[in-house]
Design a protein around this ligand. Sequence first.
Ligand code: ADP
Ligand code: MG
Length: 277
Amino acid sequence: MTECRTIAVANQKGGVAKTTTVASLGAALAEMGRRVLVVDLDPQACLTFSLGLDPETVEISIHDVMLGRVSAGMAVHPSADGPDVLPATIELAGCEAALLMKTGREYVLRAALDEVRTSYDVILLDCAPSLGVLTLNALTAADDVLVPLQCESLSHRGVGQLLDTVHEVQRLTNRDLRVLGVLPTLFDGRTNHARQVLADISGRYGLSVIEPPIAKSVRFAEAPAAGKSIMRTAGRSPGAEAYRTLARRLVGIEEPQATVEVEVEQLIDLTSEAVPS
Ligand code: ADP
Ligand code: MG
């Protein structure tokens, strides 16, 4: 890999495995020898915590970077899992308001990361569950956006709004931003329901579905408390293997698949949300 690739993991819905995806995918890519930086853009600092850093004692964080107090390189910490981490603290909650007063506020992260891009093959951005200024910064700084999605009824709600935001970013601040597609998470393969939800969303919004789906597993709930990703706590589990496969596909070692196996006629109408125009 020659050029650094920056991937924003975004969905304004909470609990869809954005943070888990950044931690697990980051560790899987590091395992493959890639130089990885993960960036915590959520004031709740779950990524920071789940990679073994204590947000309470972190002294220099993404907040300082966003306010221009330090360079990104000065805020980077190593992690036991492999990737470097640009941590968040609760201070980041005040960042949105501070950025609103700034010129070029959507470009702050992009400019900060430009300084460290040559040190990494992949940068993963863990977005907060909102479409605020921090998420706009992530989408502006990214080459690609990946949308984790829990496949249950009504999980499509908000996808239209997210895509509207992506289109605005493409129009105004980052015309090269690509949508990788939706990553099915917390997937329950025992029922057809999850596949139908996926097919519905993919058809409705013209989105690719990234395979493999990440199955629901208690192993994922155990990892953050240990301050490590699933690659370390249950490295042979199906969940860890699924993220390894995803990592290989993302860096082009295997061709990406985008398949949904449900016929269009079979789709159930799950909603009332209109397709964005
Ligand atoms: P988000 O960042 O989108 O809010 P998280 O990654 O924090 O979501 O995940 C929400 C919760 O779901 C966490 O408790 C996490 O451990 C759990 N989780 C994530 N992925 C899975 C999975 N595949 N199976 C079971 N639990 C999961
Ligand atoms: Mg999160």
